[in-house]
Design a protein around this ligand. Structure first.
Ligand code: G1P
Length: 301
């Protein structure tokens, strides 16, 4: 017997200091990737995996997020009067995606603490967590596969990606065992942002999780870890160490396109890559990009 997963939790309380000054008065989640705020891709990803109940964990100065996923009657009626059906559809799209809920984190005590703020809303059922800084290319679905793996094995499922050894200190890192499924591994241990010498593998956690609700009880007792913050990775390490608590922890190994939109270089790559693929913008943009690169940077410098 399994419960169908319908709830997604999106932590969005971070300050976005890597993008100052753009984020001085605008939440980082609202920065556009082509013509949609980064956070809309994440909500779309949840909705297309069948999770249409979305809880955002927010903080001060995050009101624009609530407004973005709400109706805007003034704008809608102005566009209606003009007969601009295309733009009207774009405005309505974000408010029709999912049922949105918001809770404030209050003290910024880390990702584990942010997830714990979701406990009253989630209750006793498995749920997904999607980190807003990780943008998974919509052409490479990941969450739907994770939900499938959770339905098959129970317990929790995390998304993993192989990274260069020099990069592992930026991520949670998993020790794994292979399974009969090529893209699925069994997680035996986890460590948050290890030094390269202490990393058990080069499997990095990327910001997608499907979690058993047993994680909440563990988080209530989890002491601050790396950076003095309550780490979700530390709670998951306890789940992985003792299957009797909340079932096994599996990992889905992702080989698709993922961008860290909290990093300026990756943010630019996300925009260029997604713009190139767009039916409306892509053909002109690709032509320009090709000639820009060959004329301005002929030697690849
Ligand atoms: C968080 C998690 C880390 C994970 C990463 C993925 O770190 O703590 O385990 O690998 O997200 O993006 P953050 O990047 O928020 O410091």
């Amino acid at each position: 017997m399994h419960t169908r997963i319908t709830k997604a939790v999106i932590p969005a309380a971070g300050l976005g200091t890597r993008f100052l000054p753009a984020t001085k008065a605008t939440p980082k989640e609202m920065l556009p990737v082509v013509d949609k705020p980064a956070i809309q891709y994440v909500v779309e990803e949840a909705a297309s995996a069948g999770l249409d109940d979305v809880l955002m964990i927010t903080g001060r100065n995050k009101r624009p997020l609530e407004d973005h996923f709400d109706r805007n009657y003034e704008l809608e009626s102005a566009l209606q009067k003009k007969g601009d059906a295309d733009r009207l559809a774009k405005v309505q799209e974000s408010s029709d995606l999912a049922t949105m809920h918001y809770v404030r984190q209050g003290d910024p005590k880390g990702l584990g603490h942010a997830v714990l703020c979701a406990a009253p809303h989630v209750g006793d059922e498995p749920f997904a967590v999607l980190l807003g800084d990780d943008l998974i290319d919509p052409r490479d679905p990941l969450l739907a596969r994770m939900v499938e793996v959770q339905e098959q094995h129970g317990g929790s499922v995390i998304a993993l990606m192989e990274v260069e050894a020099s990069q592992i200190h930026l991520y949670g890192c998993a020790a794994v065992r292979t399974t009969a499924d090529g893209d699925v591994v069994r997680v035996t241990d986890l460590v948050e942002k290890p030094e390269p010498a202490d990393a058990p593998s080069n499997y990095a956690i990327i910001g997608r999780y499907v979690l058993d609700p047993a994680v909440f009880d563990i988080l209530r007792k989890t002491q601050p870890g790396r950076g003095g913050e309550i780490q979700l990775t530390d709670a998951l390490q306890q789940l992985a160490a003792d299957e009797s608590v909340g079932g096994p922890v599996h990992g889905v190994v992702f080989k698709g396109r993922r961008y860290d939109t909290g990093d300026r270089g990756d943010y630019l790559r996300a925009i260029v890559s997604l713009a190139c693929e767009r039916e409306d913008l892509g053909p002109d943009f690709r032509t320009w990009l090709r000639s820009y690169v060959t004329q301005e940077w002929p030697s690849g410098s």
